[in-house]
Design a protein around this ligand. Sequence first.
Ligand code: DAT
Length: 176
Amino acid sequence: MARQNPNIVITGTPGVGKTTHAEQLAQSLGFTHVSVNQIVKDEGYHEGKDEELGSWVVDEDKLLDHLEGTGISEKGGYILDWHACELFPERWIDLVIVLRCDSTILYDRLTARGYKGKKLEENMDSEIMQVLLDEARESYREEIVVELQSSGDGDVEGNVERVEKWVEQWRANNEG
Ligand code: DAT
C-alpha cells in the first residue's frame, strides 16, 4: 500500500503564509492543496462558529472521514493546510512543515486582515509561544517536523525549492 507521493502538512499561526506556500507547492509539484478552512466552511464540517473568536468549531470526524474517502492515505500527493495539525493520523503524513513569522511582521499581516481584540491577541501569543511547533513535535516523529521561516519575500521561494528537493528525495527513497 505504498504511496507514490508524500503527504505534507503545512501548519502555523494564521497569517504565517500557509496558503501562499501550499498554493505554490501544489502547483509546482502537481499535488492537491486541501485548505481545511475552506472545506470545513464549504462542506459544513463544523458545529457552528465560536462567536468570540469568529472561527469555525471543526467537526473532526466528518473532516477526517471526508479526507479518508479521497484516498489520501493510499494515493499521497496531498498538501494539508491548516492552523492545527494534531488531528491528522500519523500514518497519513510524511512531512510536517511549521511556518514561523517574525512577530512584528505577523502583527501587520493580521491587522491588515482585520484581526483585532482577543482574536489578534491570541494568535500573536500563539506565534510567540510557538504553540504550533510544539503541537507538531508532540504529534509526529521528530524527524518529519521541519520549522521554516516565512517572514520576508525571499523565504517563500527558498522554502518552496527546499520542499521540492525533499519530495524528489522522498520519491527516490520510496521507489518500487
Ligand atoms: P495563512 O494561510 O497562514 O493564513 P497567507 O498565505 O494567507 O497565510 O499569508 C498571509 C499574508 O501574508 C498574505 O498577504 C501573503 C503574505 N505572506 C505570507 N508569507 C509571506 C512571506 N514569506 N513573505 C512575504 N509575504 C508573505
